[in-house]
Design a protein around this ligand. Sequence first.
Ligand code: ASP
Length: 452
Amino acid sequence: PPFYIVEETDVEEILRLKYRYLDLRREGMHNNIVMRARMNKYIRDFMTDRRFIEIETPILTAPTPEGARDYLVPSRVHAGRFYALPQSPQQMKQILMVAGFERYYQIARCFRDEDLRGNRQPEFTQLDIEISFAEEEDVLELMESLYTDMFKALRPDLRLVTPFPRLTYEEGMRRFGSDKPDLRFGMELVDFNEALRDTEFTVFRTVIASGGAVRGLCVPQGAAFSRKQVDDLTTFVQGIGAKGLVSMAFLGEGNVDSLTAEDIRSPVAKFFSVEQSQEMARLAGAGRGDMLLIVADGNEMAYNVLDALRRELGKRLDLIDENVRHFAFVTNFPLFEWNPEDERWYSVTHPFTQALPSEAGLLDTDVGAVHSRSYDLICNGWEIGGGSIRIHDRAMQEKIFDILGLTAEEAKRKFGHMLEAFEYGAPPHGGTAMGMERTAALLVGADDIRDV
Ligand code: ASP
């Protein structure tokens, strides 16, 4: 055979995929596929116990927007016209709510024409759920119970953190620079803007004055890093797009209140007074022996860089416990994001998501400030799934389409079936969908969804 059928051999993926039947003979891969079947069975039993009905929805259908491109299938009988393969059963499941199926689920195949990644492929499966008369709490409780019970049943050896912590989107960004932070370790981000607004260090002062951010994180025991290690990290962040990385290590003994100029090791030390350095250490919760790593950049870039740096340090410092599955919910994403290229608003999730009632008034005045009744389930740095409480009111749905730049005719042509359905007694409803490949990968401990 082209490779040995044993666990340990490190075979090139191309070869594994070409001879998939041999790859699948390997015990680990075989067990992964068996685990995926056990997962499906567990889900079906769980959902049935909770009085959900499994309903299959069409594959040859009209487009449903989830932010990717559609796969199209030409129609033979209607020459020149196309079906779109579903990016998700979103519209179908909402119409099922109007049809009176109050608790729907499906293990649904979805298709999105996007670039491949370790945890993304064009064809995937999701556990799709929709519930009538549901509020956020109902959906989150369901997701948390399912994932807790299933992981306990199928992988009793793994550790979960319960109850699942909840962060708002804003909090996730502020604390971790990410809407899907890996919570298995700390190293939260620190904002130095306030403390350094009047600093003598021009680079920082200019960035702050121009609306950017000076942020960093504290590396425990980082003062022991060699020059080379810090240089490596600088190269790493430059690869992400950062202009540079400023380090500041605190040496000596005692607490940081007694720091002297000799105890502070930083290429930019001379620009900061000892008091300022102490203040930075305090803000970051740093002690002697620790090191701050600081980035000054545009707000978004600073988040991106520190998120990547934090994850990289998590690995390099061996802070990650592979036996932990640290689930959490991230809630209340912005409803819209502005795309400067075509100068229009886009839905952050999809256009059927409700605005927070307390902010709905802003839809007329400050669209970018509105958050949504949305939630993601995340685990160990991956987004596992997400959903929202939906719009079930025709006028509100039309207003959202309008903000998205659809004319009344376009909205009617593309989504008229939904708008019309809302006229016939649509119950309030909400739901969610979870990626099954990612879930299976977490169950077996695979880094790549192609292994399940
Ligand atoms: N349809 C959404 C998705 O596929 C999930 C949901 O809102 O229920 O991402």
